[in-house]
Design a protein around this ligand. Structure first.
Ligand code: NAD
Ligand code: UDP
Length: 320
């Protein structure tokens, strides 16, 4: 199976690349390394079934590129986009473009090759949700001009573009809304709560909680997510084409509980400091996974403590 992963040099994409190579796919990663790293895929570069194209997804695909790496693709996973708030605050225009022009380019590639297309959208499409937990039928509560809007509205546009290609242009497209996912290969400095808390604990630095610690998130281990992405992509068309599926772990924690968990698991003896909550930071988030569980049989298997221990071990052996 010829498979393309756009954004495959990032945290999730590198794990997905490994998993797909492991089940016999030919994998082409397209990535401009804006927030990803070549070190994430270095171990794959010698594999004859793996190809890395360093390239911006925003640029239209030329005829020569089509001949070189675009022909015969059967699956396109579209993961390209900054994902950490600190990353999309730093790259708002790039975030909007990769979720609009970039998605358009690769939907056209899917159309031309009759390839299946899977868009990785986000729980941020629900904004600061007024419905809890969040089912796919909830339309969300997004501030269209706030600092997070480049990501939230970018992903909502990407979903709309994908559905237009499903309804009017014959592409077999599927959408997943991913909730907070963690694991090895997160960047120590990407600003997300999991990497910040683990990195600071290992370095003996205090943890910072934005707000009073009562905000919640539900954390999914990366191997569960990768299995979910494959499950949705390979599901029969009559079940999955034009459908949206939440992928996440419904095990919900306050950020204060989460900080205490990290301190317990790392054995760190550092302070927890509190700073003002960030603008439009969602106050609660928990996926309703009934749809993916009942229709596709997917549910997470890795408990938080097990996943955090693996992640902490990985961070400890990095040259941080
Ligand atoms: P990441 O930042 O590690 O990976 C994103 C990859 O996209 C990077 O390798 C980056 O270089 C690449 N990229 C960005 N702009 C590009 C462009 N213009 N052209 C080519 N490549 C480009 O993030 P991640 O955590 O691996 O997330 C992967 C996808 O999953 C993203 O689309 C993200 O929105 C989505 N998602 C992730 C989470 C999570 O918790 N990790 C949650 C919700 C949604
Ligand atoms: N957060 C925090 N301290 C940090 C990083 C994040 O308190 O060092 C909070 C953040 O304000 C949010 C939650 O943790 O309420 C999750 O943040 P993250 O950036 O990991 O992901 P988000 O769910 O916001 O995309």
């Amino acid at each position: 199976m010829k498979t393309m992963i756009v954004g495959g040099a990032g945290f999730v994409g590198s794990h997905l690349s490994e998993a797909l190579l492991g089940v016999g796919h030919d994998v082409t990663v397209v990535d401009n390394l804006l927030t990803g790293r070549e070190s994430n895929i270095r171990q794959l570069l010698g594999d004859p079934n793996f190809c890395f194209v360093r390239r911006d997804a925003i640029t239209p695909i030329t005829a020569s590129e089509m001949a070189e790496w675009g022909e015969g693709i059967e699956r396109i996973y579209y993961l390209a986009s900054p994902a950490s708030p600190d990353d999309y605050f730093a790259w708002p225009v790039e975030t909007l473009l990769v979720n609009s022009a970039g998605v358009y380019n690769f939907l056209q590639l899917a159309e031309r090759n009759h390839a299946r297309f899977l868009l990785t959208s986000t729980s941020e499409a629900y904004g600061d949700p007024l419905v809890h937990p969040q089912p796919e039928t909830y339309w969300g509560n997004v501030n269209p001009v706030g600092p997070r809007s480049c990501y939230d509205e970018g992903k909502r546009f990407a979903e709309s573009m994908t559905m237009a290609f499903v309804r009017n242009r014959t592409v077999d497209g599927r959408i997943v809304r991913i909730f907070n996912t963690y694991g090895p290969r997160m960047k120590a400095n990407d600003g997300r709560v999991v990497s910040n808390f683990i990195y600071n604990s290992i370095k003996g630095k205090s943890l910072v909680i934005y707000g009073d610690g009562s905000y919640t998130r539900s954390f999914c281990y990366v191997s569960d997510l990768v299995r979910g992405l494959q499950t949705v992509m390979e599901a029969d068309s009559d079940i999955a084409t034009g459908e949206v599926f939440n992928l996440g772990n419904p095990d919900e924690h306050t950020i204060l509980e989460f900080a205490k968990n990290i301190l317990r698991l790392t054995g760190a003896d550092v302070r927890i400091n509190f700073e003002p909550a960030r603008t439009d930071d969602p106050t609660r988030r928990k996926p309703d996974i009934t749809k993916v569980q009942t229709r596709l049989g997917w549910k997470p298997q890795v408990m938080l403590e097990e996943g955090l221990n693996k992640t902490i071990e990985w961070f400890k052996i990095q040259q941080l």
